[in-house]
Design a protein around this ligand. Structure first.
Ligand SMILES: Cc1cc2nc3c(=O)[nH]c(=O)nc-3n(C[C@H](O)[C@H](O)[C@H](O)COP(=O)(O)OP(=O)(O)OC[C@H]3O[C@@H](n4cnc5c(N)ncnc54)[C@H](O)[C@@H]3O)c2cc1C
Length: 399
């Protein structure tokens, strides 16, 4: 693996750093109000970030997961929720463009919307009953064939930036299918008749992602908005886990970096009464910071390497396991760094509006964000021992 960044990657990181500094000014307000950071999305839109990963020959930036990770690690340092929600666009657009299962017309439509019209696309696969505990994702949202397309009904959940994006890509079960693993990816514009949002995203962290619930009631989706339909969505998902899942890892890495930086700033500036030196001189503080620096560098290197493996090898078992390992290590590092940063910040740091307090809450989601840490360990264990997942017993008694 090459450890140096190219001048292009460094220039992108510099620009992301400038944008992050600007996002940071408004981050606490959006967090408190749980409001969409629309102006941040507009800036990213203007700056060409919607097409960051689209191949260059199609008019995009052509950046793959490694460079994407560097960019989103940096953006997240300013406003974690902006980076997490905005990443949903690449997370759902790129699998469609990369997959050889997707028809050329669907790819052309995506490129036209994103490169030609600068449209932002969210994604909603999750439902109230979704869990990765049992390894299956039965879909309750149904797409019933009607003349000219489908009528879609049911309830989705956790739809980041749903009211800010121009479209949401929804995963539904095609009612005329016989396979239990079938699915269809449907593009539904904001304001489509039969589409409504329940604003229930009043949560602990990543509040400004506004990952509200989506309800569809006989919502008509014309054939031209059916981007993909398959009898076995598992293969499609597995082959594109780099975008579907791994692209989020860098966001939580950015949260860890931000907490580490804020901690260092805090202990270097806070000088307790009666002492001639700031807290940074306390040996225990120095030791904590030293430990966190090791956690952080390990998390960064494992993330970059797993993204590099994905870019160079594709969805090989090794690259996929490296992705789980990276998510696990970043989840642990982010939890620890944000927790220790809050602890060393003391009671001064626990007020609403404190950056350490916000990063602690955002960082608390790192291990929960799919793929959750436990799921990563489950997958890594099977791979490391060379075990066939199909031969493993279900973790719980099936209904
Ligand atoms: C900030 C945020 C934004 C999101 N945005 C979107 C979005 O835009 N679109 C969208 O579709 N979804 C989104 N999601 C939803 C996400 O995909 C949900 O996490 C998903 O629906 C699963 O829900 P869950 O975490 O409650 O469930 P579970 O998968 O049941 O996980 C709960 C816990 O169970 C344990 N666990 C799970 N699987 C295993 C396993 N195999 N082995 C051992 N233990 C396991 C873990 O401890 C895990 O943390 C978002 C989630 C978050 C946190």
């Amino acid at each position: 693996m090459e450890f140096g960044w190219t001048s292009e990657q460094l220039a992108l990181r510099r620009r992301c750093r400038e944008l992050a500094d600007d996002f940071a000014i408004r981050s606490a307000d959006h967090d408190r109000d749980s409001s969409h950071p629309i102006e941040n999305y507009d800036i990213l839109r203007r700056e060409g970030f919607l097409a960051l990963n689209i191949p260059r020959e199609l008019g995009g930036g052509g950046h793959r997961l490694l460079t994407h990770s560097l960019a989103f690690e940096t953006l997240a340092q300013g406003c974690p929720a902006t980076a997490l929600a905005f990443n949903m666009h690449a997370s759902v657009v790129m699998p469609l463009l990369d997959s050889d299962q997707v028809a050329p017309e669907a790819k052309r439509k995506i490129v036209d919307l994103v490169v030609g019209q600068n449209k932002m696309i969210g994604g909603n696969f999750s439902e109230p009953g979704t869990t990765s505990l049992i390894g299956e994702r039965p879909l309750s949202v149904r797409a019933v064939p009607v003349p000219g397309g489908y009528k879609v009904s049911g309830r989705k959940m956790f739809a980041s930036m749903i009211e800010a994006a121009d479209f949401v890509m929804v995963l539904a079960y095609p009612e005329d299918s016989t396979s239990p693993h079938a699915g269809a990816l449907l593009l539904i514009p904001r304001g489509a008749p039969g589409r409504s949002v329940a604003a229930n995203w009043d949560v602990l962290g990543m509040r400004a992602t506004r990952s509200d619930s989506l309800t569809l009631q006989d919502c008509f989706v014309p054939h031209e908005n059916v981007l993909f339909r398959g009898d076995d969505m598992r293969k499609f998902r597995y082959e594109n886990l780099n975008w579907f899942w791994a692209s989020y890892t860098a966001v939580y890495l950015g949260v860890a970096v931000a907490a580490y930086d804020e901690l260092r700033r805090t202990v270097k500036t806070r000088q307790p009464a009666g002492y001639a030196q700031p807290l940074a001189w306390h040996p225990d503080v120095r030791r904590h910071v030293a430990e966190l620096s090791a956690d952080l560098e390990a998390a960064q290197l494992i993330t970059y390497r797993s993204a590099w493996l994905s870019d160079t090898e594709g969805a090989t078992p090794e690259a996929t396991t490296a992705m789980y390992r990276a998510k696990y290590v970043v989840g642990q590092a982010c939890s620890r760094i944000t927790r220790v940063a809050l602890t060393l910040g003391g009671a001064h740091g626990i007020f609403k509006g404190s950056r350490l307090e916000q990063l602690f809450r955002d960082g608390a989601l790192a291990e929960i964000q799919p793929p959750p840490s436990d799921f990563c360990l489950w997958s890594m264990g099977l791979h490391e021992l060379g075990l066939d997942p199909a031969q493993a017993l279900p973790p719980m008694r099936p209904a």
